[in-house]
Ligand binder design. Structure first.
Ligand SMILES: CC(=O)SCCNC(=O)CCNC(=O)[C@H](O)C(C)(C)COP(=O)(O)OP(=O)(O)OC[C@H]1O[C@@H](n2cnc3c(N)ncnc32)[C@H](O)[C@@H]1OP(=O)(O)O
Ligand SMILES: CCCC(=O)O
Length: 441
């Protein structure tokens, strides 16, 4: 077996230029997700710019500026799409160079299988193991669906990609690969936790009241989840479980402090189950060949029915704004796409279905714009064009630095009153007047 897979490997080994030589005008490409963007193949395709037109490139959350975009500022050759906006896509979008593809994350694989065609999938993986498998490392997500759909599969190997055990569908065998590109050994992109503010600390302290022994955690992106992680590490909480979309550094701290045993979980008992990871080398080292962790495709991890199988799920996610009707916008600033629905809807829905589960939106009561002006994030209505990420029918808990309220089962008037009670005091009177004017005061 060993000899056979290594023979096949040698036959398929190619430079990035050779691997990208087969790309033709009109092709649709998928490039590896999050921090596993395949940069050698990106550069090789950028070099072929003048030979190519109408190349579509999709990714889930570009974490570095594609060379294909840099060499083609007017989009005459490459059109770029993203299933989840971060800073890179915001910048590209501003320049008219990137479009968002809406989805609720757990449906991503199904949407790809039904509606998206890929001529070539280019993914970054760990080097091949002795059985012939390349591991998807820290980006499982929608990769297996893309692999099933694509006509040609190119893997760009990097020895620094941790070998992340499944779960399932975490690896691809050499027999399914068309070309193997070597030559990378760059350190993975490091995403340290943002420094928490006093406001993050205050929001986190309210959310901590909702977490009990045996809870199963999903902590979203940003400073707030990391503060919660630190607070849990310092608390008396015990026997926590992890079933989360994204694994971040704070889960490593929790595990090392003995807080995470997974003993109370119904599914993936004892395991920290996740679909992608972003953090620092500490996290990537922790994940490498670690049977405590289980990597799964997102159609499993984020399926609300799967999430709900574990008891006491606590899902904590951030938002941009919320209106007095309790609609939550987490992905746009007015009409400007800043992020995506991602897994927020999935986890808030799933957490409510879990026995004793809690879906929580943690949001600072105000936002200070680039001119230093302070705005309430709780407003009578969402600003025109804002995208509703979480409809009012699904929202459950909302926490700000002024407290946490539970909205399920409450009338529109009760919801508006509850939200006003956790708004910044400077805005409460005006919000109450507006609520009355809208018939919910
Ligand atoms: C991966 C996981 O987290 S799993 C969780 C499930 N997924 C989700 O919750 C997805 C939706 N949520 C999110 O994407 C994030 O939690 C967010 C966007 C709500 C907050 O994330 P953060 O990283 O704290 O956002 P950040 O404060 O950097 O703001 C992002 C952008 O929105 C802008 N923004 C944020 N709030 C506002 C506002 N009220 N008005 C105008 N612009 C705003 C910021 O200026 C920034 O844009 P810029 O970088 O171009 O200046
Ligand atoms: C692609 C999903 C990332 C998120 O949920 O924020």
């Amino acid at each position: 077996m060993g000899d056979r897979v290594y023979r096949e490997y040698d036959e398929k080994k190619a430079s990035a230029a050779e691997a990208m030589a087969g790309v033709e005008s009109g092709n649709r490409l998928f490039f590896g997700e999050f921090t596993l963007f395949p940069k050698l193949c990106d550069a090789a395709l950028a070099d072929r710019k003048d030979q190519l037109t109408d190349i579509g490139v999709d990714c889930v959350c570009y974490t570095q500026m594609p060379k294909m975009a840099e060499v083609d500022p007017d989009g005459e050759h490459f059109s770029i799409n993203d299933w989840h906006f971060g800073g890179v896509s915001r910048k590209l979008h501003k320049a008219g160079r990137c479009n968002y593809i809406p989805l609720t994350y757990h449906q991503g694989p199904r949407i790809i299988r039904k509606y998206r065609e890929y001529d070539v999938a280019v993914i970054t993986t760990s080097p091949m193991d002795e059985r012939g498998y390349f591991n998807y490392g820290i980006s499982n997500s929608v990769t297996s669906a893309v692999i099933d759909k694509a006509e040609r599969i190119v893997v760009e190997v990097n020895p620094n990609v941790p070998y992340c055990l499944g779960g399932n569908q975490e690896s691809i065998h050499i027999s399914r690969v068309d070309a193997v590109v070597e030559g990378r050994s760059d350190t993975l992109i490091q995403v340290p936790a943002a420094n928490p503010s006093n406001i993050d600390q205050a929001i986190a302290s309210h959310i901590m009241e909702a977490i009990e022994d045996g809870a199963c955690l999903q902590l979203g992106i940003g400073a707030l989840p990391n503060v919660i992680g630190s607070m849990i590490a310092e608390s008396d909480l015990k026997n926590l479980g992890v079933h989360t979309e994204m694994l971040v550094d704070s889960y490593v701290d929790l595990y090392e402090r003995g807080k995470v045993t997974g003993i109370n979980k119904t599914i993936d008992k004892y395991k920290m189950a996740y679909t992608f990871a972003m953090g620092t080398q500490k996290l990537y080292d922790f994940l490498h060949n670690n049977p405590t962790c289980a990597s799964y495709p997102v159609h499993y991890i984020n399926d609300p029915k799967i999430i709900a199988l574990n008891p006491k799920v606590v899902a904590v996610n951030n938002a941009v704004a919320i209106d007095l009707f309790s609609q939550v916008c987490s992905e746009s600033a007015g009409t400007r796409q800043v992020s995506g629905t991602g897994g927020q809807l999935d986890f808030i829905f799933g957490a409510f279905g879990s026995k004793g589960g809690k879906g929580i939106i943690g949001i600072s009561s105000t936002y200070t714009d680039s001119k230093g002006e302070v705005h309430s994030r709780i407003n009578p209505t969402l600003s025109p064009g804002s995208i509703v990420t979480l409809p009012r029918s699904l929202v459950q808990y909302v926490a700000t630095e002024y407290g946490m309220v539970q909205l399920k089962g409450k009338s529109t008037v009760e919801r508006a009153q509850a939200l006003i009670s956790i708004a910044h005091p400077d805005f409460r009177d005006e919000l109450a007047n507006q609520a009355a004017a809208m018939g919910i005061g």
